[in-house]
Design a protein. Structure first.
Length: 75
């Protein structure tokens, strides 16, 4: 039997879609998905959509794409 999932409350103003994230970062959306698969961006899934936190997007550019994890910082 599957374990219950944790419930997390995040204001929707703090989330952007993958295409929005790609536009803001100046990369193709497939690059954002690649960073998600590699663990460099932490996604949030709501139904069948994938979102990224604004905090992750604002992380220093030196961390993105270099294999360093961009973790969500809790407030």
């Amino acid at each position: 039997m599957a374990e219950p999932r944790a419930k997390i409350t995040i204001p929707t103003d703090d989330l952007v879609s993958v295409p929005q994230a790609a536009k803001e970062l100046g990369v193709n959306f497939s690059t954002v998905y690649r960073w998600i698969r590699k663990g460099e961006l932490v996604p949030f899934r709501i139904a069948n959509q994938v979102f990224i936190t604004v905090d992750a997007l604002n992380a220093p550019k030196e961390q993105r794409g270099k294999g360093e994890l961009i973790k969500q910082t809790g407030s």
